[in-house]
Design a protein around this ligand. Structure first.
Ligand SMILES: NC(=O)c1ccc[n+]([C@@H]2O[C@H](COP(=O)([O-])OP(=O)(O)OC[C@H]3O[C@@H](n4cnc5c(N)ncnc54)[C@H](OP(=O)(O)O)[C@@H]3O)[C@@H](O)[C@H]2O)c1
Length: 310
């Protein structure tokens, strides 16, 4: 038996419980990992509220959390890339497990080796945010060295990683952030920096890519900011955006895909110091439910990831 945060029905923060859970033996292609650190993403609460229940189904109890770093405890049939004792990072199998736990089950394709230079806490910040930024910029956005990108919400988890990946790729980065945080964005190399309420017309025709990673920016507004041949990538999907995305034009909406090579690439970059996410708070698993509740109810700037340690 191990402990995990789970819920027995979709709902608000009040449905979370820290309870015993037996993850069992890992199945074929799966690894069982002793979690050392897990990190939060906005999608954790969205899934728990039932916003995606068409995809997440009605099997309860469900574990909570996706991103983790830890040590391999057991491997399932057909797993050749990992051995017991390996230090890894990855994403929980959403049907079987949850990362806010002592033990988590993950598909081996969602797990990579943790670079030795990276702490478990830093490694746990990466899977969703950094892979999303990587895929949005370099795959969907087809960003090339010498180009320019504008990132909305450039100090959020995805936004901040996007800034770092883009700059390391030889791309000039501009972006929006809260007016009180502009000095921090400047330190990251973002220029020019504008407020959340910026006027897109003042940035007309300047960017090869607009990445909508924080707040909302209409496709029309983003379009005015593009150079000829420019692209827009929006990571906040809605049905209407998928319809627009299917039409010819620069707008694309994106849901990040589990991709072992992309995760390994961002882990390597983090190990080399190129990617570093902000951590706002670290709490032990036993104190995580109040911290998660506070994070969700807070209306003030996030200031970085909440990390849960075991
Ligand atoms: N499609 C996908 O696969 C995918 C993957 C990951 C994330 N997402 C989504 O992408 C979004 C960002 O995720 P995240 O992990 O980066 O979240 P996050 O760390 O909470 O960052 C959100 C950022 O948006 C900023 N923001 C708030 N109001 C804004 C506004 N009006 N204009 C511009 N920025 C604003 C926030 O600033 P303050 O902190 O100052 O308020 C914060 O920096 C979330 O909606 C998440 O669900 C989608």
């Amino acid at each position: 038996m191990s402990k995990r945060i789970q819920y027995h029905q979709y709902g608000g923060p009040e449905v979370m419980r820290l309870e015993d859970f037996d993850p069992g033996r890992p199945g074929p292609g799966q690894v069982l990992v002793r979690v050392r650190a897990a990190s939060t993403n906005p999608m954790d609460a969205e899934i728990r509220r039932g916003s995606l229940k068409m995809m997440t189904g009605r099997n309860f109890p469900r574990g909570l959390g996706h991103d983790f770093a830890g040590v391999v405890e057991a491997v399932g049939e057909g797993v050749t890339r990992f051995r017991v004792g390996d230090e890894v990072l990855g994403g929980a199998d959403p049907k079987a497990s949850g990362a806010f736990a002592e033990l988590v089950v993950a598909d081996q394709e969602a797990v990579v080796d943790k670079p030795a230079a990276l702490s478990f806490e830093a490694a746990a910040t990466l899977p969703v945010a950094a892979v999303t930024a990587y895929q949005a910029l370099l795959k969907k956005g087809r960003l090339k060295p010498g180009e320019s990108v504008f990132v909305t919400g450039c100090l959020g988890a995805v936004g901040r990683t996007a800034v770092q990946i883009a700059r390391a790729h030889g791309v000039s980065v501009s972006g929006s952030c809260r007016s009180t945080a502009m000095a921090e964005a400047r330190q990251l190399g973002v220029a020019p920096i504008v407020d959340f309420d910026f006027d897109p017309a003042k940035l007309a025709g300047r960017f090869d890519l607009v990445l909508i990673a924080g707040g909302a920016l209409s496709a029309k507004a983003a379009r005015t900011m593009l150079k000829r041949g420019g692209r827009i990538v929006d990571i906040k999907p809605t049905p209407a955006k998928f319809v627009r995305s299917a039409l010819p034009g620069p707008f694309q909406v994106m849901i990040a895909k589990v991709d072992r090579e992309d995760l390994a690439e961002v882990a390597r970059a983090a190990g080399a110091g190129t990617i570093q996410l902000a951590v706002n708070r670290t709490v032990p698993l036993a104190e995580a439910i109040p911290a998660l509740t506070e994070l969700e109810q807070r209306r003030t700037p996030s200031g970085g990831k909440l990390i849960i340690t075991t």
